[in-house]
Each structure stands twice: as structure tokens, then as C-alpha cells.
Write a protein that binds this ligand. Structure first.
Ligand code: ZN
Length: 256
């Protein structure tokens, strides 16, 4: 095995961890926005409830004014009725008076309706306020949790980056470059295990000679899969290959 392989495997594991942590960190702004978004419904409900309440108040105020207006008119007609000369004019005024009084009664009914329904609108505003307050508290708690987790992930990332530096430091420049180039092309994977005569990265056959080289401690070369280009390594014991180390003793025993 090439002496750099264990370190490259370690580096690859660190890089994959870094990628995972970075992806998680990237998701935090969205998670915070989603948490905030939970308040939108409660806020909108409160606005609607307040609008309904204020409309009710306006209607009530209008009914009050109507009552006062019709009352005033009826009073004026009654004042005039004492001064009329003809029976017809008197009748006409009586008619106006009863009409004004009928309108006043209608306005009073409306006013009463508004007062009664007003309590319901007020109650709905209070309920909507309570719901929003509760939602705000729960979102604040959720935000705290998200931010705490975010802090942890940042620490995790920093630790992994430090670990990466010390892991990569002893590697030769050309080995680093090769690793970086392959990892970039293969979404963070630069190494593939050669097992049972196959590259586990792509499934293509690896030549027995190459396997032997991978297992040779004296080997100073990095071998790459001819098909996918990943750096090959083998964890298999010698027996899987042609047993090159035993060949010497086998030869000597055969000669004796
Ligand atoms: Zn391959």
C-alpha cells in the first residue's frame, strides 16, 4: 500500500464530514425563515379580527348618529305641528313624525345589534391576540433551538477544518493536487477500494498486477482505476492475490 493511502482515506472521511456539516449549516437560514413563517397565519388572523371589530364600531357609531338624527327630525316636526293652519298640513306632519320615529326605532335596533355583536368581535380580537402571543413564544423557543444547533454545527465545522489541516499537512503537493482534482470531479470521493478484483467505485475489473502493487508495502506509486479514475487501495489480505511474498519461501522449500 502506498504510504499516503491511510492519510488520504482519513482526509476523504473528514472532507465528507465537512460537506455534510456545510450542507446542514446552509439549511439554517431556511429553517429560521420557516419558523418565522409560522407566525404569518396568526398575524393575519389578528388583523382580520381587528378589522371586523373596527367595522362593527363604525357601524355602531353610524347607527347612533342615525338615531340622533331621526330623533331631532321628529322633534322638529312636532314643534311645527303646533303652528300649522290646515288639517291636511297637520296630517302631513303627523305622517312625517311617525316616519321619523319608525326610522329612529330601526336605527336603535341596529345600534343594539352592533353593541351585542361587538362583544363577540372584541372577544375574537382577544383570542387572536392570545393565539399570536403563544405562537410567538413557541417560535422564539424554536429559533433558540435552531440557533443553538447552528452554533454546534459551526464548532463542528471548525474542528473538522483544523483536523483537515493537520491531516493534509504531511502529504506531498502532487498527492494533494491529485486528490483534490479527483474528489472535485466525483462529488467528494477520491478513493475506491479494490476488492475481489473489482474497483468498488465503478465495478470494473482491476488487473491482478495492479492489485499486487496495491498490497506491496514498498510500492511508491498511486494507482487509479482505468475506468473511473479513482485512486485505488486494497484492504484485502495477501491470499486473495498471487501471494507474491510467499513465492520466495515456496521456491526455497521446493528446492530443498
Ligand atoms: Zn473504477
Amino acid at each position: 500500500m502506498h504510504p499516503a493511502i491511510p492519510r488520504l482515506l482519513e482526509l476523504q472521511a473528514i472532507d465528507q464530514r465537512i460537506a455534510t456539516v456545510r450542507a446542514e449549516l446552509d439549511s439554517f437560514p431556511k429553517r429560521l425563515r420557516e419558523a418565522e413563517g409560522k407566525l404569518n397565519g396568526a398575524r393575519a388572523a389578528l388583523v382580520t379580527a381587528k378589522e371586523a371589530h373596527s367595522n362593527n364600531l363604525k357601524e355602531r357609531k353610524k347607527a347612533e348618529l342615525d338615531v340622533a338624527q331621526w330623533k331631532e327630525r321628529a322633534r322638529k316636526y312636532r314643534d311645527q305641528s303646533g303652528a300649522v293652519k290646515t288639517n291636511e298640513a297637520y296630517k302631513a306632519l303627523q305622517h312625517e313624525i311617525s316616519n321619523a320615529e319608525a326610522e329612529m326605532t330601526k336605527a336603535e335596533d341596529r345600534q343594539l345589534d352592533m353593541m351585542m355583536s361587538g362583544e363577540e368581535f372584541e372577544r375574537r380580537v382577544k383570542t387572536a391576540e392570545a393565539v399570536l402571543k403563544e405562537a410567538e413564544q413557541s417560535v422564539a423557543k424554536e429559533r433558540q433551538e435552531i440557533e443553538a444547533l447552528q452554533g454546534e454545527k459551526k464548532k463542528e465545522l471548525d474542528a473538522a477544518l483544523t483536523e483537515r489541516e493537520s491531516t493534509i499537512a504531511p502529504l506531498a503537493e502532487d498527492v494533494r493536487d491529485l486528490y483534490a482534482r479527483i474528489a472535485k470531479r466525483h462529488h467528494g470521493t477520491a478513493l475506491a477500494q479494490a476488492r475481489e478484483g473489482q474497483c468498488r467505485g465503478c465495478g470494473m475489473r482491476v488487473l491482478p498486477h495492479t492489485i499486487q502493487q496495491l498490497l506491496d508495502d514498498a510500492n511508491e506509486e498511486l494507482y487509479r482505476c482505468e475506468s473511473c479514475g479513482l485512486i485505488l487501495y486494497s484492504l484485502e489480505p495477501m491470499k486473495a492475490s498471487a501471494q507474491p511474498h510467499d513465492s520466495g519461501s515456496a521456491a526455497s522449500s521446493a528446492s530443498s
